[in-house]
Write a protein that binds this ligand. Sequence first.
Ligand code: ZN
Ligand code: ZN
Length: 285
Amino acid sequence: MKREIIEVEFSVLENGFDFIHKATKQLVDLQSNGTNVDVDNLKQALKYAVLNLSSGIELIFKHCLFDSHWTYVFQDMNKSDKESLNKGHFISVNSETAILRLEKFCEIELTQKNKDTYKKLREYRNKLEHFNCKMHVGAVENLLHNNISLIAKFVSEHAIKSGYTEKEKIMLQRIKDALLLLDDYYEEVKNLAASEAKHYIEGTLGITYHDIQNGEGYPLCECPECDNKTLVVDSEKGIGICFYCESEYSASDFNNCGICGKLFYNHGEWGAMCDECSEEKMRRE
Ligand SMILES: [Zn+2]
Ligand SMILES: [Zn+2]
């Protein structure tokens, strides 16, 4: 049988969308299969979703840089030349530099929160590639979902200058459709986790709204792993548990903010301030 020669050519954007769509689909499949997924398959799916998503986001950033000027995709811009670019023989810009260049040369600014979210994903990717990585399933799912939202928003806000091909349009739409499903699903999971946390505080710890009024302090705070306000600190047992991602901490990692009294993660330093209060202080100074 004669085999036809197929030309394989993808644009950077197409490649980026493809990786992101793969990651999104992996996450959607995990949700629809629910508890039928065994642990090994779950670990595999999450691992590849992290790797795919991280590569996908990196490619979108590179595409935006390329859109502004082709030399921006070289890690060392002094070594940029068209021949190496066309052959693909060059060291391309790393993620950290890519973000700096997006801000400096392309007037595309990422919020600190978005930068942190993407950085966390890259840290997971590095751990997965090189080391044995212990992961909390809920935390990784949350991180994936946040990064998919981030890049979908990024793409729509900084509409790619060169426009989209028909194929790219279809791929982007697929990502958006899958993201809608994920948004609904995780919204529900978060609400459930929040009510489980409340139930634990009232039922097991016996702390009610009345106690808070008396200044006892509500033992609920933002989880450092998944950023959801679903972490309960049980001082009697000496632990902090997140009802969303199941991360566990020592109760001594948390403290009440010296200014507003709110419980927050600070490795137990006394008199320290929560993020909001220190931001507020910086704004005033
Ligand atoms: Zn958590
Ligand atoms: Zn505070």
